[in-house]
Design a protein around this ligand. Structure first.
Ligand SMILES: [Fe+2]
Length: 383
């Protein structure tokens, strides 16, 4: 076989770059090359992390990742299933590619968001990531795990339009199997209840005009009003929406109290129960507030009684969940949280059943878009 000079030079560069990345690639190489050929891609974990798996081109501009993904979609689906979290980095993708790249990688078109976090639409079923202040982190969670499993997406994907300042604003991930093992070991009673019982999540929404609502929104802008969530304060319209969505509702004065009952606290994957709930986010606790002082202030001045809490959660049979347990869950979750810095054009795809995601505090402008599709309920395990 004859080689052109260009082919020889390219082969030499590939050989050099293979050696240079051998250490970085580590144990992931053998497994990941089943899905991503090593003459085309580098597959590695950054630093000391075990997730997400990063896929980069060996040669700049050597591969059109959208075209390659379309041809190799089942391989990518298996890789997402095996690794839980994958980032395609260095493929010169732009925000205009997000919808198409998501479809090429997952085999599904982005679908509408069915959760209740405030999200701004930026394109057809693509959204801005949850708007939180720079100083706010979002702990690990699975998307829409407080809702019906039909509404909980199989895939969630993030696209980096503008990366925040290096070392901040990471979208970190956590392995649900490892988290579950640790909860079962350290909190066996709570884990047993999680696997045997279902949960009731309660949310209270504020009337737009009351003085009390204005005060609460001033100190906690994320506490939604009825208007922001439903687009109206007309009781009949609000009640019809709740009924359509299978939600239990009640009026407490001019506050709206909405409950979701019968929500599982775990999800079964490969015959194993995995952590899948938001107890740590919905049960007000010191760790969630950022320490004991802000927690005590929140209890004293913003949410002085259970009746006015923004969110709450208990088991359906009425068993309460202690503040201490919610705080311990957060500690366990934080321990399993890891990630890397965003680079412009990065596309991250997660298996939303097996992999949790979080956001760390950020500096500078940060623009991350989100898309999701599929349902964990109809999720098919691939061989
Ligand atoms: Fe999320």
């Amino acid at each position: 076989m004859r080689y052109t000079l260009k082919q020889l030079v390219l082969s030499f560069i590939v050989l050099l770059s293979t050696q240079a990345h051998a250490e970085q690639v580590g144990l992931s190489q053998e497994k990941s090359t089943k899905y991503f050929p090593e003459d085309i891609f580098h597959c590695y974990f950054e630093g000391n992390t075990k997730a997400p798996l990063v896929i980069s081109p060996r040669l700049e501009e050597s591969v059109d990742i959208i075209a390659w993904a379309k041809q190799n979609q089942s391989k990518i689906a298996k890789a997402i299933q095996e690794f839980g979290a994958i980032v395609f980095s260095g493929f010169n993708l732009t925000k205009d590619d997000f919808f198409t790249a998501f479809e090429a990688v997952t085999g599904l078109k982005p679908a509408g968001y069915k959760g209740d976090a405030p999200r701004k639409k930026v394109g057809e079923n693509t959204y801005e990531s949850t708007a939180v202040a720079k100083g706010h982190a979002i702990p690990l969670h699975q998307e829409v795990s407080i809702g019906s499993r039909d509404d909980m997406p199989q895939y969630i994907s993030f696209f980096c339009v503008i990366p925040p300042k290096e070392g901040t604003g990471q979208t970190q991930v956590g392995n649900a199997a490892k988290i579950s093992e640790e909860i079962a070991r350290l909190m066996p009673d709570l884990w047993k209840e999680m696997t045997e019982k279902t949960l009731t999540y309660t949310a209270r929404y504020l009337p737009e005009k009351s003085l009390r609502a204005k005060w609460i929104q001033r100190v906690n802008p994320s506490h939604a009003t009825i208007k922001t969530l439903f687009g109206t304060e007309d009781r009949k319209e609000v009640e019809a929406r709740c009924q359509n969505e299978g939600l239990t509702y009640a009026w407490d004065g001019d506050w709206l109290v909405v409950s979701r009952k019968g929500v599982p606290a775990t999800i079964t994957v490969n015959g194993k129960a995995l952590f899948c709930n938001q107890i740590h986010l919905e049960r007000l606790n010191p760790k969630l507030c950022g320490g004991w002082l802000p927690y005590i202030c929140a209890k004293a001045f913003v949410y002085p009684s259970k009746r006015v809490l923004q969110f709450d959660v208990q088991f359906d049979d009425g068993t309460p969940i202690s503040v201490k347990d919610a705080s311990t869950l957060l500690t366990i979750l934080e321990k399993h949280q890891e990630g890397r810095n965003w680079k412009k054009g990065d596309l991250m795809v997660l298996d939303n059943a097996t992999t949790l995601h979080a956001k760390t505090v950020h500096s500078g402008e940060r623009k991350i878009q989100v898309a999701m599709a599929g349902s964990v309920k109809s999720r098919v395990l691939l061989d």
